[in-house]
Write a protein that binds this ligand. Structure first.
Ligand code: O7M
Length: 212
């Protein structure tokens, strides 16, 4: 599975990259930079090109979390991403909203950055257990630390594990897939390349070759 992290700031650029790369990616992940600069309606427009995952990394009290998830689903997204560290009550609230819309929920385990090791790593497997208990569809795990992906996948074999951090953050596609990832999230390597469509196609072909 290849997920395009579309962290560009302009609506027209976002739609252009999405149209060019659409046939090579399974999902488009939208994060705050795009929505805060282009407005939430861009999410609906992108959803017409490819299924969108709303990466609002929801981490709040259950009530507020539900409002955020509901806004995302009402704009046509297929899935939302929430922080596992916020706890089971919030994940359950987001799960309920997703169920009302027939959508999916992914939980972040530990961030791919160095900072992800400061606090999150200690609780990663507990977060995995809670995500399983609540019925999340998948987990976000760090491509920068393949050994952690392996541990996370082992603990949650039935959940989809998708991994950001390939390319710009130093993670290697081969290592990530070998560790058991079900998919990768790639941003800058694609949208900052000279030819985003060609780069997306090449990554897709490498994934397909490795996952055979
Ligand atoms: O390939 P990049 O580094 O340009 O983009 C990576 C994307 O994945 C970007 O949108 C980040 O916000 C996101 N991400 C991480 O890089 N690390 C994480 O641990 C988690 C995420 C993420 O997508 O969380 C849901």
């Amino acid at each position: 599975m290849l997920i395009l992290a579309l962290d560009v700031l302009e609506r027209d650029v976002a739609l252009d990259v999405a149209r060019k790369c659409g046939e090579y990616v399974d999902f488009i992940k939208v994060n705050y930079p795009l929505v805060l600069s282009a407005g939430i309606d861009v999410v609906s427009e992108l959803s017409e090109i490819r299924p969108v995952i709303a990466d609002f990394k929801i981490a709040d009290i259950p009530y507020t979390a539900s409002l955020i998830a509901d806004i995302a689903f009402r704009h046509g997204v297929r899935a939302v991403i929430a922080h596992g560290f916020a706890g089971s009550d919030m994940l359950r609230a987001v799960r309920d909203v997703a169920d009302r819309h027939g959508g999916e929920v992914y939980a972040v385990t530990e961030l791919s950055s160095q900072g992800g090791r400061e606090f999150m790593t200690r609780h990663t497997l507990e977060i995995v257990d809670v995500a399983k208990e609540v019925g999340c569809d998948g987990l976000i795990a760090p491509a920068t630390r393949p050994e952690r992906i392996a541990e996370i996948k082992k603990r949650a074999e039935n959940l989809r594990v998708i991994c950001p951090g390939v390319g710009a953050q130093g993670g290697r596609l081969e290592d990530v897939l070998k560790a058991g990832a079900d998919g990768i999230i790639v941003g800058r390597t694609i949208y900052q390349s000279e030819d985003p469509a060609r780069t997306a196609r090449e990554i897709r072909e490498r994934i397909d070759g490795l996952m055979k």
